[in-house]
Structure formats: C-alpha cells, structure tokens
Design a binder for this molecule. Structure first.
Ligand code: ZN
Length: 198
C-alpha cells in the first residue's frame, strides 16, 4: 500500500526479546490513565507506530491509540477506510501529541465500538466538527479540520489518551445494557492476571 511508505517494518532489535504487541482489553490500567507526552520521535516511536498499524489492520479497526497496545504515550494512528477492490485506502494518519478543538457547538449521536471493549457498542454523542493539531512521524506539526468520520475517530482516539472510554460517555441506559459484558471483561481480566502471576 502506497500510504505505508514511511512506516518501517515492525521488526526491531529494540524489542527482539519481547512478544509482539497485541490489543489491550478493558479493564487494563493503561487504558484508564492519562498517557504521557511523546518527548521525541525516535526508533522506539517509529517501531511502536508500525506495530500499532499492524494491530489496527489485524483487528480491522479504523484507529488505534498507543495505550491500546500497552504504551502510555500520547499518540494514535487512524485509517478511516481500508482499501477495497473498488477504491484505494484513506491515507494513514499518525498523530503525535494531538490536541483537539471543537469547531461548532452541539453534539450528534453515532454508534461506536472499541477494540479494547469487544462486543460493546453504543451511540456516543460528540461534536460533529473538530480541528486537530498534532505532529506527524517526521516531526512536522500539522492542523486539520473534519466534519465526518475522521472527526469522530479523532475524538474517540483522543479520549484513549485521556484514559476515557466509550463506557464513560454512554447514556445511563446503554451503560445498563452493557453491564453484563463489562462484568465478563472484568472477570476475564482477573483470571488472566492471576494466570500470568502463577
Ligand atoms: Zn477505542
């Protein structure tokens, strides 16, 4: 894919002895805390981004934030639409240390899911039009405004950098409806944590 030209391969000596990154699922603490600023874009960050892109595509997500692969850093990648036979993919976006500004007041509901909250979906109310300011993987600052799917994804991924999940933005009704699934995720996480400690 042409848009991948600047993304280095995920293999790196930095993490040679560690297992490949994979999606981190609720309620892992890294998802519930505010992520740290990226101080500089180095080999570690480039390799992390390559890994995030791989995981995002494996999981067929439209975006992924660094905490979702276990790294508490202010960084996310977005690919609003993968390539199909009919049309090329949307360009891959890398957003380092992003900030968001609302352009117009009001909110609109739209159904969202989250790779870190499997099988949970809900209408989330967000402003339809926002401006994002961030740095790309080459260290170049940029600003972009969108009023469509990108604006929605930016806000979802930005929330991850603040430790905010769609669970926190659901209506009380949707929260109630998801209660069972949330409980199962908590139990699965507890079981897995115990198993790793053994
Ligand atoms: Zn998410």
């Amino acid at each position: 894919m042409a848009s991948d030209a600047s993304i280095p391969p995920a293999t790196s000596s930095l993490r040679a002895n560690r297992s490949p990154r994979q999606i981190v699922v609720f309620p892992a603490p890294v998802l519930l805390q505010r992520a740290r600023t990226v101080e500089r874009i180095d080999e570690f960050i480039r390799e992390l981004v390559a890994d995030m892109v791989r995981v995002m595509r494996e999981e067929e997500g439209a975006g992924i934030a660094a905490p979702q692969v276990g790294e508490s850093l202010r960084l996310f990648v977005v690919q609003a639409r993968p390539a199909t036979e009919e049309r090329p993919a949307e360009p891959l976006g890398v957003y380092v240390n992003p900030s968001l500004a609302m352009v117009e007041g009001g909110v609109e509901p739209f159904e969202e899911g989250c790779l870190s909250l499997p099988e949970i979906r809900a209408d989330i109310r967000r402003p339809p039009k926002v401006t994002i300011a961030a740095t790309d993987l080459e260290g170049i600052a940029f600003t972009r405004t969108d009023d469509g799917m990108l604006a929605r994804i930016w806000q979802h991924e930005f929330d991850h950098l603040e430790g905010t999940l769609i669970l926190d933005r659901m209506t009380p009704m949707d929260k109630l409806a998801s209660r069972k699934k949330v409980k199962l995720l908590r139990e699965a996480y507890d079981d897995e944590t115990k198993a790793t400690r053994r």
